[in-house]
Design a protein around this ligand. Structure first.
Ligand SMILES: Cc1cc2nc3c(=O)[nH]c(=O)nc-3n(C[C@H](O)[C@H](O)[C@H](O)COP(=O)(O)OP(=O)(O)OC[C@H]3O[C@@H](n4cnc5c(N)ncnc54)[C@H](O)[C@@H]3O)c2cc1C
Length: 390
């Protein structure tokens, strides 16, 4: 019997394993992960951004810890992590609004975010024009901009650093898939593996990303998480090369950010719903129908934009409130969740891994109280509303 068995070894599983091995080096920990390439994991397919601009304080605090950790990753993770730097590009995030009401909401949120150490400023149209002269802003009233502690970084570096450091501390990565859990009343007793084996453990952690609900159903539990497809495009626009631009969240619903001399861009499809966990067919029409017109509207430099490549990733979409579902399951207390991150889990991995490890080792949240994101709200049907969802 192992002490802790983690199903899923991408960024969340690796972060939980890393922090557990730090907090209690005597623990025997196994991570079950079927795909060492991580080719279809959300972690590998993310836009890799981190921001302070959330409407809920807990989400701001989670990213506050995340950005310090990411900025100074090599020191935090130690030499065993074998990652020198996550290449954090601190270009900022820019949320744009077309209404005065939207501008007022931005002012209120910026004040809260600054209280928590963020640099968010609300810029009016003139200030936006001065700062981003390449943008067409006639329809914009204001933009909320964080010039510090926001940007994008190396997603796979974050995963690899956690995993290398955890393995160096004795955590075992097993190439297999957990096909089912076994339950005896209020305890999970074992994990059944695809290759025929079976593992018993004191504690189980579900880090299976968009497939999290499938695993829960094997023990009669329900979590409101489903895979949702997101097609990401890499675009070349020779007349609009702005490698220092922020990640822009446009009122049209698209977002775009520089990817070296090109752009990375995506949107939520108009008809958004669950997809099969192995459906990675792209929605290429989105580029012509929605993304390109919106890019061109925001900057004439995008007139000559050409789609160069694309990929499809899955959000682990939490249908209750698009927020993470974290920690001990009140119905089955030796089961822990790191699920439902929707579009903002990568940046949350450092704080979430630390929190779940603290809950397992010390019995409760210690450094940061993450109870607002716990499973109890799901059982009570009480969404934790987050207005800044991308
Ligand atoms: C297009 C896109 C853009 C995004 N942009 C951002 C962003 O800018 N910023 C941000 O913070 N977040 C972003 N995200 C979200 C972020 O990628 C995820 O929240 C985060 O990577 C979740 O990590 P995870 O380890 O929980 O899940 P995943 O990375 O999906 O990993 C789950 C792992 O579990 C394994 N697994 C599945 N089933 C089983 C099983 N039964 N047994 C064992 N293992 C199993 C899988 O092989 C996989 O490796 C984005 C996501 C997408 C799709």
């Amino acid at each position: 019997m192992v002490d802790v068995l983690i199903a899923g070894g991408a960024v969340m599983g690796a972060s939980v394993a890393f922090w557990l091995s730090r907090l209690d080096p005597t623990l025997d920990i196994e991570v079950i992960e079927p795909d060492p390439s991580y080719a279809t994991s959300s972690t590998a397919l993310a836009a890799s951004g981190i921001r302070m601009q959330f409407s809920d304080r807990v989400n701001v605090e989670i990213s506050r810890f995340g950005v310090d950790f990411i900025r100074d990753f090599a020191r935090h993770i130690g030499p065993a992590g074998e990652v020198a730097d996550l290449g954090f590009k601190e270009n900022g995030y820019l949320f744009l609004t077309t209404s005065d009401t939207g501008a007022q909401v931005m002012e209120n949120l910026a004040a809260m975010q600054r209280e928590l150490g963020a640099s968010t400023q609300v810029l009016d149209r003139a200030a936006l024009r001065a700062r981003f002269p390449w943008m067409a802003l006639d329809d914009i009233t204001a933009g909320s901009f964080g010039s510090r502690d926001e940007g994008f970084f190396d997603n796979m570096g974050l995963l690899n650093g956690f995993r290398n450091a955890a393995r160096a501390a004795g955590v075992r990565w097993v190439r297999d898939r957990v096909t089912a859990l076994e339950r005896d009343g209020a305890r999970i007793t074992a994990a059944v593996l695809e290759t025929g084996g079976r593992r018993t453990a004191q504690v189980f952690v579900n880090c299976t990303g968009p497939r999290a609900a499938i695993l829960m159903r094997t023990v009669g539990l329900d979590i409101p998480v489903e895979p949702r497809k997101r097609t990401v495009f890499i675009v070349d626009a020779p007349m609009a090369r702005h490698p220092d631009a922020p990640l822009v969240i446009d009122p049209s619903g698209i977002y775009f950010r520089p990817e070296y001399n090109q752009w990375l861009t995506a949107t939520v499809p108009a008809t958004d719903g669950p997809c099969a966990p192995d459906d990675f067919d792209p929605d290429l029409q989105l580029f012509e129908d929605e993304i390109w017109p919106a890019l061109y509207h925001r900057s004439p430099g995008f007139e000559q934009a050409r789609m160069r490549r694309w990929w499809v990733g899955h959000y682990a979409f939490n249908t209750l409130d698009q927020n993470a579902i974290l920690g001990r399951n009140p119905q089955v207390p030796n089961l822990y969740h790191a699920n439902g991150f929707s579009g903002h889990g990568l940046q949350q991995a450092p704080a979430v891994g630390r929190g779940i490890a603290e809950q397992i080792v010390h019995g409760d949240w210690v450094t940061l109280d993450l109870s607002a994101l716990g499973m109890q709200r799901v059982l009570d049907g009480q969404p934790m509303t987050e207005a800044a969802i991308v």
